[in-house]
Design a protein around this ligand. Structure first.
Ligand code: SAM
Length: 215
């Protein structure tokens, strides 16, 4: 599916999110706070659009994804890219200062396994940031947003995307996704410490954080 959306992926995101995607990526970088000299894994990085934002920090940031089509669509970007499955990461234990995943966790077949893999490749004391769609916190806004997701979004995607059906999947997968509290619990169950989250855009997106115990 992602090979099919790759060609116009970045443009479609900006259109269907009304430009909010840039703000969400900027907030994700701020939450990770990468420092020059650090090594950061951007998992399910797709075209590398999320990795470019992280790279502005001066840290060494690598994009990993299992879709050859998505990686190829981002080939023009000046970021290191690795083809790999989030459920069996091609990295040694304790490799990264921080691991992050933007709009990717929801698409992984076994999210608990992916969360454990992310923990494995993170150095002791290292951090996790997940940027993912979530549940709006104001009931009236939630109703309007769900209407947008199920009715307007697939129509907008038909106009801009190279694979509009994928955006029906997007809407359905957001609806079925655990809310903030439920995902926070899964992060803790996977072995991460200090799990917490903050809402962006009224809970349309949530940033989840955790860290790996040890020093
Ligand atoms: C919605 S895109 C997110 C891309 C990018 N992080 C962004 O912020 O725009 C989700 C990505 O998850 C990737 N993905 C899904 N399951 C995966 C897995 N098991 N291992 C690696 N990547 C996976 C897809 O190939 C796709 O590129």
């Amino acid at each position: 599916m992602f090979d099919g959306v790759a060609r116009r992926y970045d443009l479609t995101n900006t259109v269907i999110s009304a430009g909010q995607d840039r703000y969400w990526r900027w907030m994700t970088r701020r939450a990770i706070a990468p420092r020059p000299g650090e090594q950061v894994l951007d998992l399910a990085a797709g075209t590398g659009v999320s990795t470019v934002e992280l790279g502005k920090s001066g840290a060494w940031c690598v994009a990993a994804d299992f879709s050859q089509g998505m990686l190829a669509a981002g080939r023009h970007r000046n970021v290191p890219m690795v083809a790999g499955d989030a459920m069996a990461l091609p990295f040694a234990d304790n490799s990264f200062d921080a691991v992050t995943i933007s709009f990717g966790l929801r698409n992984i077949a076994d999210i608990d396994l992916a969360l454990r893999e992310m923990l494995r490749v993170t150095k002791p004391g290292g951090r996790l940031v997940i940027c993912e769609f979530s549940t709006p916190v104001i009931p009236v806004f939630k109703t309007i947003y769900m209407e947008y997701l199920m009715k307007a979004l697939p129509r907008v995607a038909r106009a801009v995307s190279s694979n509009p059906d994928a955006y029906v999947y997007l809407a359905e997968s957001i609806r079925a996704w655990p809310n903030q509290r439920q995902l926070g619990r899964r992060v803790t169950q996977a072995g991460w410490s200090g799990a917490q989250w903050r809402n962006l855009s009224g809970g349309v997106v949530a940033l989840h954080r955790g860290y790996k115990l040890g020093s």
